[in-house]
Design a protein around this ligand. Structure first.
Ligand code: SAM
Ligand code: SF4
Length: 323
């Protein structure tokens, strides 16, 4: 199993499939994706990468981006991870754009878990935050996913002061009759959102107190549950989670490893630079060397980020690697 110098164990990989995105979320890509995307990993490279990680004990792979559903070969990638490599849990983090069309196809290919971003439940508000009129179709996709019995369905909402914080009670109602987990993510400062951060950052801990007063109880976190602190309530089918990167224990339980869409191993979301693995993804005969490189690199994983000191590495926008 992969273990770093601080005895943290890693069973979970986040793999970005592309830097491109078709939304214009105001905290992430307010002007839309403008770059000239570098050549993303091909399916064969992804298979070699995932096989090495599997042999190193990785059980779950989350596909993210940018927007992973912009990849035309996404179904092939899900199928390859699940059926050829044998990854136990394949998850997708998406802005929901393609779900109305392709949810069933993704599930048939082997997708187990779904994370859908939904920053507002109100059509106009959603459009003003994400730059696109998709709120209603995403809500419908969430309901279809529940009906289709995915292993887990999470709804991600970045809490934004004076934009969607007022909707917190509405989100609770949304979770009342739905077996989902709503994850409120605290806005993270990146290279590109300095002014926005000053205006809209809000510590999510404020809302934890509201929940506790309303009879919600903290849940025990599972080994693959990641950094969210989760709460349950006997009268609610859904759960509520908070991801607060600025809280003091956030990094001590970090179980995340990330690989960029070009095969760069990112040890910390807010670290400086990647360790390039791509040259070892061309042939399965390089598997041993690839595994050695990953295990050695992991020993360099820092104890924690330094966001409090305004150090965010080369993270200009989370779209470059996935949240
Ligand atoms: N495009 C997909 C989506 O939006 O779900 C996947 C990539 S996106 C970078 C992954 C998650 O990161 C989304 O839930 C998004 O809301 C969140 N995110 C992006 N920028 C963020 C920031 N500055 N602070 C906190 N969360 C952020
Ligand atoms: Fe795109 Fe996701 Fe960033 Fe929104 S949060 S701009 S959907 S990558």
């Amino acid at each position: 199993m992969l273990v770093d110098s601080f005895s943290r164990k890693f069973k979970y990989l986040r793999l970005s499939l592309t830097e491109k995105c078709n939304f214009k979320c105001s905290y992430c890509l307010p002007n839309g994706y403008r770059g000239c995307a570098p050549k993303s990993l091909e399916v064969d490279e992804i298979i070699n990468l995932a096989s090495a990680f599997k042999e190193l004990g990785i059980e779950k792979i989350r596909l993210t981006g940018g927007e992973p559903t912009l990849r035309h070969d996404l179904v092939k990638i899900i199928y390859a991870l699940k059926s050829e490599v044998g990854i136990s849990q394949v998850a997708l983090t998406t802005n929901g754009f393609r779900l109305d069309r392709d949810l069933e196809v993704f599930q048939s290919a082997g997708l187990d878990c779904l994370n859908v971003s939904l920053d507002s439940l109100i059509k106009e508000k959603f459009q003003s935050i994400c730059g696109i009129d998709k709120c209603e179709s995403i809500k419908q996709a969430v309901d279809r996913a529940i009906h289709m019995r995915f292993k887990s369905i999470k709804v991600n909402c970045v809490l934004l002061k004076d934009l969607n914080d007022i909707e917190f009670p509405e989100f609770l109602k949304f979770a009342q009759s739905r077996q989902i987990s709503i994850r409120f993510i605290e806005l993270m400062r990146t290279g590109d959102n300095q002014e926005y951060f000053k205006k809209h950052h809000l510590p999510v801990s404020t809302f934890e107190q509201t929940l506790l007063r309303g009879g919600w109880e903290a849940q025990q976190s599972g080994p693959a549950s990641g950094p969210a602190k989760e709460f349950g309530h006997p009268e609610f089918l859904g759960k509520i989670g908070f991801i607060s990167p600025y809280s003091k224990d956030f990094c001590s339980t970090c179980n995340r490893l990330r690989v960029s869409s070009t095969g760069g191993l990112r040890l910390c979301l807010f670290g400086q630079g990647d360790v390039s693995l791509r040259h070892l993804l061309q042939n399965s005969s390089d598997r041993f060397e690839l595994k050695e490189m990953i295990a050695c690199a992991l020993k360099l994983k820092p104890e924690g980020h330094r966001l409090h000191q305004n150090v965010y590495g080369n993270m200009h926008s989370l779209s470059a690697i996935g949240g």
